[in-house]
Design a protein around this ligand. Structure first.
Ligand code: PRP
Length: 207
């Protein structure tokens, strides 16, 4: 039987998921000492690749990996409806609408909202029946209302430090976020036992 191939989101997710994988009996020594390495095929039964979050579903869709480990923020932004999931219970954070203390959420003028997540933002404002202009930003979104690029932002808050240090406040709380394990349906058939065992171990480890 070939090894299970897993795309793990590098960075914060990787750091939070490694202890969970180790508690499930997966040896992560090589990833812990990775330096610039991106592919880990030292173990006989599980291979890892480290990818950016928005790319996880691309690898999964194309069958390059069997499993993806990625935040629900990205799955929701990419309208994932295809894959079964296990909530790993880490990477917990929340989407918020935030801006400077001067921001008036009831302003008459059409608002400009900066975000890394245009689809989630669009869906939120559609739900509350408000038409806004959305500007897609790739990072450090908090800057946008500070320099007059946007009236407010929709972004993820984890500890709240970034908002606090930039003197921004929360005006609305949107959906919650956590790290998910997603499985390619074809892989589920091919590696049924191995995937069920991994999910079982991760479920026990996260408690
Ligand atoms: C995320 C998010 C916020 C920050 C929130 O950004 O977009 O900026 O983390 O975390 P906090 O509440 O713990 O301060 P990330 O670190 O991924 O960097 P980026 O803004 O460059 O995308």
């Amino acid at each position: 039987m070939s090894a299970l191939k897993i795309a793990l989101t590098k960075g914060r997710t990787e750091q939070q998921v490694i202890p969970l994988l180790e508690a499930s009996g997966v040896d992560c020594t090589a990833i812990r000492h990775k330096e610039r390495r991106l592919i880990f095929n030292d173990l006989p039964d599980i291979h890892f690749i480290l990818v950016k979050g928005p790319d996880v579903l691309t690898y999964l869709n194309r069958g390059a990996v069997d499993i993806g480990i990625v935040g629900s923020d990205i799955l929701s932004e990419q309208n994932n409806q295809q894959y079964d999931m296990l909530d790993l219970g880490v990477g917990k954070c929340q989407f918020v609408l935030a801006s400077t203390p001067e921001f008036d959420p009831n302003q008459i003028k059409r608002k400009i909202i900066a975000t890394k997540y245009p689809n989630i933002t669009q869906r939120y404002f559609q739900k509350i029946g408000e038409d806004v202009e959305i500007i897609k930003i790739e990072g450090s979104v908090e800057l946008a209302p500070l320099v007059g690029l946007a009236d407010a932002i929709v972004d993820i808050v984890e500890t709240g430090t970034t908002l606090r240090e930039n003197n921004l406040q929360v005006y609305a709380r949107l959906q919650k976020v956590s790290t998910q394990l997603v499985v390619n349906q074809l892989a589920l058939k091919q590696h049924q036992t191995a995937i069920a065992t991994l999910i079982q171990r991760l479920s026990t480890a996260k408690q």
